[in-house]
Ligand binder design. Structure first.
Ligand code: B12
Ligand code: SF4
Ligand code: SF4
Length: 227
């Protein structure tokens, strides 16, 4: 299937064309970086572009797809494999996914290389347009050198940092993330808001607040996290 990127047979696609391809699936290029023969990426990769949901409209679009409708497990991951796999074929690239591990592709470390995603004071990733609500559906490993979206200033450097104190369970903050403590809080009645609307820390970020992610999408992912 997409075991290794085939040599490019046509003129390199530019960033604008790749963004347009992604937009057909309500996906966006969240950032990218140049590679030069390094471990952990497919041989011959010159550019990695990281893809995630594009709002508004991502969640209704996804729910209309065959993978959501067929009732089988993991609809979001199966849809991601299909559409990002197809994009990779069209671009003579390889598709890489954040799920399916362990071992995991190091999406966290890759995101930090884009200049548009940073580690926040609570360690979760924060992205220039999507804030703490950023997530990835996949990445494209391209054999061409493609322009990458330009770096942006880190929003945390000019922020009152409400993420540090927003967790109602006191389990995610300056001291890190107490994952069992989070699950225990979500089992309590006070945890219902996080389960229904998404992690309160992620929602407290002023950048997240400008991003039109639907609470229903957050509820689905919280349900997957806290099964
Ligand atoms: C394992 C994993 C987890 C684990 C363990 C996290 C840990 N601290 O150890 C658990 C299950 C706890 C987890 C939880 C969540 N995760 Co997670 N997770 C991953 C995954 C699959 C692998 C990370 C890894 O181990 N990499 C291998 C190591 C060697 O590389 P690393 O770069 O050093 O990895 C570190 C970071 O990834 C970090 N990390 C990973 N997840 C999280 C979550 C939180 C809250 C924090 C603070 C740190 C953190 O800890 C890793 C180990 O040090 C990545 C996807 C990926 N392929 O990277 C997503 C990923 C990092 N997670 C993500 C998400 C969305 C979540 C959730 C918010 C899911 C949700 N509910 O929607 C939850 C948090 C719950 C909440 N409060 O809302 C996003 C990033 C979101 C962001 N803004 O930072 C990623 C990139 C997946 C994606 N598809 O986008 N996750
Ligand atoms: S709330 Fe402020 S400090 Fe925290 S992640 Fe968002 S921008 Fe950064
Ligand atoms: S889901 Fe709720 S309890 Fe868990 S870390 Fe986020 S804000 Fe805290």
């Amino acid at each position: 299937m997409h075991e290794s990127p085939a040599p490019s047979r046509s003129a390199p696609e530019g960033l604008a064309e790749i963004e347009a391809l992604a937009a057909r699936h309500h996906l966006t290029v969240l950032g990218g970086f140049a590679c030069a023969g390094e471990a952990g990426v497919p041989r011959g990769t010159k550019t990695i572009l990281m893809l995630g949901p594009q709002e508004p409209g991502y969640w209704p679009h996804l729910k209309a797809q065959a993978e959501w409708q067929d009732g089988a497990p993991d609809p979001v991951d199966r849809w991601s494999r299909r559409v990002i796999g197809r994009m990779a074929c069209d671009l003579h690239a390889k598709a890489l996914f954040p799920f399916g591990g362990p071992p995991w592709h190091p999406f966290y470390a890759w995101a930090l290389r884009t200049g548009r995603v940073w580690d926040s004071p609570v360690r979760l990733l924060v992205q220039a347009e999507q804030g703490l609500l950023v997530s990835f559906r996949g990445a494209l490993a391209l054999t061409q050198a493609v322009d990458i979206p330009p770096p942006q200033p880190r929003p945390c450097d000019s922020c009152a940092q409400p993420c540090l104190t927003a967790c109602p369970g006191g389990v995610l903050g300056i001291a890190g993330y107490d994952v069992p403590g989070c699950h225990a809080f979500l089992d309590r009645p006070e945890g219902r808001d996080c389960l229904q609307s998404g992690c309160a820390v992620r929602r407290a970020c002023p950048v997240s607040r400008t991003y039109a992610r639907m609470p229903e999408q957050s509820a689905y992912h919280m349900g997957q996290f806290h099964r």
